[in-house]
Design a protein around this ligand. Sequence first.
Ligand code: PEP
Ligand code: MG
Length: 761
Amino acid sequence: MLTLLQHIVQDVVAAPTFQDALRVIVSEVREALGTEVCSVYLMTADRQNYLFAANEGLNPDVVGRATISVDEGLVGLVGRRAEPINLEDASQHPRYHHMPEIGEEPFNAFLGVPIIHHRQVLGVLVVQQRDKRRFDESEEAFLITLSVQLATIVAHADAVGGIRALTDANFAAGDLKFQGLAGAPGIAIGTAVVMHPVASLDAVPDKQVDNVVVELIVFDRAIGSVRDDIRRVSEQFAESLPREELALFDVYLHMLDDDALTGDVRARIRRGEWAQGALKNVIREHLRRFEQMEDPYLRERATDVEDLGLRVLAYLQDMSAHKTHFPKDTILVGEEITPSMLTNIPADALKGLVSVGGSVNSHVAILAHALDIPAVMGAIDLPIYQTDGQSLIVDGFYGEVYTNPSEALTAEYETLRSEEHDFAEELNELRDLPCITQDGWRVLLWVNIGLTGDISRSLDRGAEGIGLFRTEVPFITQDRFPTEEEQRRLYREHMEAFEPRPVTMRTLDIGGDKALPYFPITEENPFLGWRGIRVTLDHPEIFLVQVRAMLKANEGLEGVLRIMLPMISSMTEVEEATRLIEQAYQEVLEEGFNVKDPLIGVMVEVPSAVYQSRELARRVDFLAVGSNDLTQYMLAVDRNNPRVAELYQDGHPAVLRALREVARNTHAERKGLGICGELAGTPIGAVLCMAMGYQVLSMNATNLPKVKWVLRNVKRTDARRMLARVLKMETAEEIQRYMEDQLVEAGLGRVVPSYHGRVDV
Ligand code: PEP
Ligand code: MG
């Protein structure tokens, strides 16, 4: 059963078009279950009807044309109930609706299962048979299992307009929205350039070319080069390798000479495909054929075909590497964009970035931030290889990508972009003004920083201090642990630039999704594993060196050094870390440095720290809430997983109540209180935190001017009134709506996206 399922799914995935995929489904399911009829009905865009999308056994002429209402017949009932219906004699069912227009005869046995993706019914898969018989349990289970797997494929096709295209051959999907994660803020409109890692067949985009002759020449040259390589290697190893191994080279040469492989590629190129795409598709077809063979020896040959394909591809890519053209509005798109890919592009041509893999903490997202390039990470559903050369809109504020945008949508985003730009210019005037509410309440706006490039951006935007120096960033960019002196110099550079402002240095926070290339941590459950302070307490040599570097960097400066501990989940960790800091301090003094005693703080990032915030506050100088992690741990939602991105709500009532709890406890101990998660950099989050009495809001430099503008235009008394209301609310959505209304009423609608014209497609 499992093999059969796998075969069907493999064939469906391999089908060149969605229409072919549907044909494969109905034909293979019909065969597998031995039924007379198999059909797929798909929900139309207006959600009023099901399209008779594919069928075997009924009238083929109406496939792709006939529709039935969602309230009609047994198909409608399966969809509405969102569960399978298995009937021995369908004609006796009160909902039975005979449809002669699709060639339906009075079939009796009926089994329909819904195709559901993310709670939404996308269609219904049906098998029917003339005999009165009940499909047995295993048949029902088979169809359900298949439908669950097909749902992703159907959802994906739907997202790229595949279902619309079934009824309208001229339909060009436009304004399609793909959700990812907000990697770096801003809006970019431009042309997609798909980057692919060298020699990965899967990563080769499909492209049509005009100049077939050039592609044929390029392909033949690549084949020639591979052939030469193989001959050379074969000669080189002639003495040392056993005869059987050497025979493999002959097999390769034979495959290259054999028209089956190269002939197919040439045929595809003649039909207009570029050489790399043609090669990819032919290799895939061959792989599929080999993999389906029962003979293990022949199945093994699949590896050879793939290997050979990769060798040819490497040459093809080498030949075209220098030709990649970067238009002046390049939006870089890739399966996994790496920092090195950015280096190939002229700096002023790069306008945006979209990565299917990676998270907001990925190195490349951090780099995009530093370069002020809007970025979307984790756009898992984006069919990147079809986007090459297409227009794209990247909304780095909301983590959204639109492909093939219409003129109207582009115009709206252009307006939004220029509004953002004008607003930012206006906000420049606030740069040197303090952040004081209308009724005189002072809030400190500091920045989160990681790369040296952030310094000038932060100061330009009026940062009054560093609230979070993510020290892991310079660690990630190296190929070994940086030395004490290297760290000291880097930290000093920041402290001098910010002098006399305070600088909060977080001790190394690795683990989770932040790995050092030279210190790999492999775990089943990394976010609940060896992370943050847990790693550095286990490696005091790393911790001590870092703290010593921080202390020395601060020598002779007025700016206060604040050392902050990440991922604290128990008092013992604080005890141990403070002891080590004290040790480092004494050592540095003994070495003759004239350093000041630093302030020590704890990040509140896990629920246990919320409930012990009173004791923690008693023990250290300040607390700073890391709302990014606190949200993920309180709500049990992975902050980097786009599949559950909707559940990741830092404005969730539980999170806000936790923030208030921390505020009360810290105030009771009269200690410093700040917040440095993304929430602090949002207008709504900032207003609520200010109302709770957070003295320091630390955020990305980009968000700082906007937050200052909002806070300077509200009264704390009003904010406290809003907070009181909010703390009684039950959902994040309700809170969001209420706060947006409040901001609009206060004349601050410019920072409310839905208000100032953001379009929801
Ligand atoms: C946080 O968790 O909120 C935080 C500021 O730290 P990071 O995002 O670096 O984990
Ligand atoms: Mg954190």
